[in-house]
Design a protein around this ligand. Sequence first.
Ligand SMILES: [Zn+2]
Length: 1119
Amino acid sequence: MKLSRQFTVFGSAIFCVVVFSLYLMLDHIDHSKNPNGERIQKLGILQDKIDHLERLLAENNEIIGNIRDSVINLRETVKDGKMFPEGNMSQGDLELLPPAPALLPIHSEDCQFAARTYSKAADGVQMLDVYDLLSFDNPDGGVWKQGFDISYQDNEWDNEPLQVFVVPHSHNDPGWLKTFDDYYRDQTQHILNNMVVKLHEDSRRKMIWSEISYFSKWWDNIDEQKRDAVRRLIESGQLEVATGGWVMPDEANTHYFALIDQLVEGHQWLERNLGVKPKTGWAVDPFGHTPTQAYLLRQAGLSNMLIQRVHYSVKKHFASQKTLEFFWRQNWDQDSSSDILCHMMPFYSYDVPHTCGPDPKICCQFDFKRLPGGRISCPWRIPPQAITDNNVQERAQTLLDQYRKKSKLFRTNVLLAPLGDDFRYTEAVEWDQQFENYQKLFDYMNSHPELHVQAQFGTISDYFEALRKSTGMDPVGMNVGQLALPVLSGDFFTYADRDDHYWSGYFTSRPFYKRLDRVLESHLRAAEVLYSLTLANIQKYGQPNDYPAVDNYKLLTEARRNLGLFQHHDAITGTGKDWVVVDYGTRLFHSILNVKRVIVSSAHWLVLKDKQTYYHDPSNPVLQMDDVQPAQDALPRKIIFEFFTVPRLLVVYNPTEQARMSMVTVYVTTPKVRVLNAVGLRSSKCSSSQLMVFIPRQLSFVAQAAPLGLSVYQLMEGMEPRTEAAKYMILQDGRQISISELEHFQQFYQQDAAPVHIENPHLKLSISTATGLLEKMSLKEDDSEHLIKVEFVWYGTTSNKDKSGAYLFLPDKEATIYSPSQPPVVRVTKGPLFSEVTTTFTHITHTLRLYNIQGVEGQSVEICNTVDIRGETNHEIAMRITSDLNSKDRFFTDLNGYQVQPRKTLAKLPLQANFYPMTSMVYLQDSSARLSLLTAQSLGAASLKSGQLEVIMDRRLNQDDNRGLGQGVLDNKITANSFRLLLEKRSSAEEESAPYSYPSILSHMSYMYLNHPLISMAVSQRSESPSLTPYSPLSASFPCDMHLVNLRAIHLSTEDTSIAQAALILHRKGFDCGFSNRNTALLCTTTRGKVKQITRLPTHRHTSLIYRGPKDCLTWLWG
Ligand SMILES: [Zn+2]
């Protein structure tokens, strides 16, 4: 790989993590007089790293020149006033809406980047094709109920013996029926303590572990001697850490920001404490699997992975084709760069009865925890027997028969037989039962050559190593040897484990917390970025100060871990016990409060004119957030600003990496407010304020915010001639209601019962006066009118024995239309900055809002549904959007906010099987238009009819669904779901059958705005008004298609923040160019994947992007 490509970020949806070596590292090393040897050694390593970076940098002066040119070119392509000039945030009396380029300049290469033709691998399996192919019947397969009879010839292994790897494992959920801490106290610590003793007793014993949340907690509680013993077990290969994430994450509802963050947290812990890097992924319990996780594992340096919960019909098909082992390739991947070797477990479960072979009645007899007299037994009523000299021959042959049958489903003579279950190996006696009995079986098998078997305990990587060896593959690489394995693309949703039991309920269960998760994600990201920027800024300042770097890093670390914990497959999924949900909710809630402390203390430093006046008082911070969440299960409330004689200062943070114009809304006690910018000029951006009917009043203004920048505004009491009050119309049942106490506000009326219209320069909405719901939407761009009808619908649950619960969606029939007993109250608000219609039903408050702001904000309709179904039983409520688009049976949902997966609604599947996870968006399209619903929380979505989208918003279910939880879902909260609805004209249609699809650049940007709103902070009234100045760290916006996923500080320990590094994680987004770029008013452009030198950090002298060739694009900092 040529170095000239070093500054290019590759791939259609590829990350690059680069090392941001803060310049302070060099300074620190130069001046370090620390006598501590270890410290000096660490510094030496850092010095080497920096030297390496410097060398790379020196070799690439030319590239830097190119980058400079590209910046200059960029400036030229964007006409006056469209680029974000330095420090223009406060230039006073500008136009309300400054001009932006009418046509977004996009280089043709940027379009081709995502629009390359797709060629399927020769031995390729595309999951969309598999779904077309399968009949999804469910015949009784005999002992292997969901499969088929397996037979073999006795002499099949005569030339090459069967190699069996029995992999002991213990599945430890970080919270489910008990909280994380309770599981740790009652089970997990004993498992790990016994592990150290029992593995040391016999060097042939092996064990794998995957959840670092538990492992690190245990590590903190054991002495150095035990830690050394653990290190020895890892060195000897008896203990393997698989995956090494903080948890084994859910793969449906999780966003890639959090998936990466929990993986980094776990891997960094391993690097620091054990010095190991995981090689193999282990995911036996997530309820369906995503290629996004495969991609992230591959980029984190793993070569192999294992998955388990896949639709039983798919498993059966793959078993019959011997495609249960494959290279998992991303849909968009042109070559093999994303390939990771994946093993799919063939049977129903990961417990012992379903892992030794096809017959659970037999396999259960080889789970020696179920020996007679124990607490658990075999439901097939044939108990295990302890292995003795008398029975070993028969027992070994019985087990070998299962092994041989299982191996017939795979292409090689290497066989995997996991040995474990949930929270196994808690007691010493269980270790003895399993390990001693199995060792006797192995000894017998291995000492009888006529059996042609070699059986042993192994770790999961032992298995993959042997598998790779047997196929002629190299130990880690992707090259396929003599025995080719197939290549597979696509995903494994929606999971069914039996009959019509589709696990699509958990896509929506406990939606309040699915939303709270995103609130923490966006605030954590904001805090990480501001913290890293502040540390860099402090180094420039160069004097001792009061900034709480250590305390803030501790808060960030705790927040990363709480967010990581919530990605667990019983947490974000909403499938834990009520009190476990409260435990997770409390952790999220506390971490939101804590990262807000990091945000305000960092923002305070960055906007302060005189840094010497900085002080940190956690009990009385200078800045305070403009909203507060009163409890873990309550929606946030805005703080009301009072005015005295001095102006209130408001600091607004733009967490997006592009310049942006968005509305800021604050609550005030007076209708007479002026908004000034930092230097006291009347900020014309704020001149048009909107006040609403309720006391306190709502004041809105448009803030223009620099990329990752902090703007400063002054709010003061006083008449502002350009402040305009909103006008109101209130309706019920199509009739207008007059409100008498509308002091300071006007009412408006319309003559007839015709639909109400609200509009902005881009869109016009037509809303029924009777229902208060959207009926039509017009694009002003081409004057086209579309039928876009919003409705709410109910699902009930079936009258069969098995009913909907936390995991399963088992509806009674098609949804019925929500028809309220009372006609809703409809409030229409029209003002200069936005117009909205709020419709209040018994169970839903539904708001449609149009921003009168040029650019991204004005292009889509904001939808907010506040849902309250606490009075219902066995009901699920959904929002349905019916359009005139001829989308047929095809629609698109995202996977983890990272990529889009085309979907097909299949009549041969039950209704619940056609629901898919929607993490960031769902869309449908025909040749002329695309309708996208962007979401601020994960929910289940479907397109059950042509032109129709449906999203489940909340579910309240009276009963357990027999997947172990033992309760229904009855702890519903008042939940706010936010969306953006985007209608786009298509100028050229992509190939309809392509296995991938991309959002438009406008859709990407709208999603960013929805999920990363501006953050407003006010100077506390108790503080003396400090002198503040706007802060803008970048000289220009990032390219429109480049997302700064995170700027994640990395310190050697939580106690020592003096040596700062940060992982800069970038994501170049693929986008569909078949959309008009006219009038998008984006304040950014695309740059052919080049990262410009736009940072103004003091660090940029020593910034380098590490790129180690096409297969190592992603260089984690611990790598
Ligand atoms: Zn689990």
